[in-house]
Ligand binder design. Structure first.
Ligand code: FES
Length: 167
């Protein structure tokens, strides 16, 4: 059996090699671009500064608005506004998500004349206790989420939301 390579086979192998190299050189950037968001670090432990001074907090929840700068959504970066209800319980700072656990409306502290000292969701009269516990017999099926909290230079910084640990 001869192991000689004919001129035709040599040219064919060479063209396939060069063609394959060129194809991979063109495809690699496209593949890299397509999967780029997946490769980015998620920044899960990230805390966002807020304008709220920790010393100014009382036992009455106050609305704290903050902005997440350059939030990356796939290929797009934008600033995202967010809100928390923040108060003190002893020395502990508690920050609750305002997102209703029924259908996602925004809950307000004492948002209804009849329900003092509660969070109230105007969409379907959802009610929550101060610690975020949903009041049985109202539409929400679970407690409000909590934000992770830390204090930096006297200001409240908020992290990701976690399931409520107070109820
Ligand atoms: S969305 Fe809040 S009670 Fe329905």
């Amino acid at each position: 059996m001869s192991s000689k390579v004919s001129r035709r086979q040599f040219l064919s192998y060479t063209l396939m090699g060069v063609g394959g190299f060129m194809a991979s050189a063109m495809l690699m950037p496209m593949v890299r671009f397509a999967v780029d968001p997946v490769l980015q670090p998620k920044g899960e432990g990230e805390f966002i500064p807020t304008p709220q001074k920790a010393d100014d907090l009382t036992e009455t929840p106050v609305r704290v608005d903050f902005t997440i700068k350059d939030r990356k959504d796939a290929w797009y970066k934008s600033d995202v506004s967010n809100t928390a209800w923040v108060y003190k319980e002893g020395d502990t700072i508690i920050a609750l998500s305002p997102v209703c656990k029924h259908l996602g409306c925004t809950v307000n502290w004492e948002g209804d004349e009849k329900h003092k000292n509660e969070f109230f969701c105007p969409c379907h009269n959802g009610r929550y206790e101060k610690n975020g516990k949903n009041i049985p017999g109202t539409p929400p099926l679970g407690p409000l989420d909590e934000f992770m909290v830390e204090v930096v230079d006297g200001y409240v910084n908020l992290g990701k939301t976690v399931p409520n640990t107070l109820v």
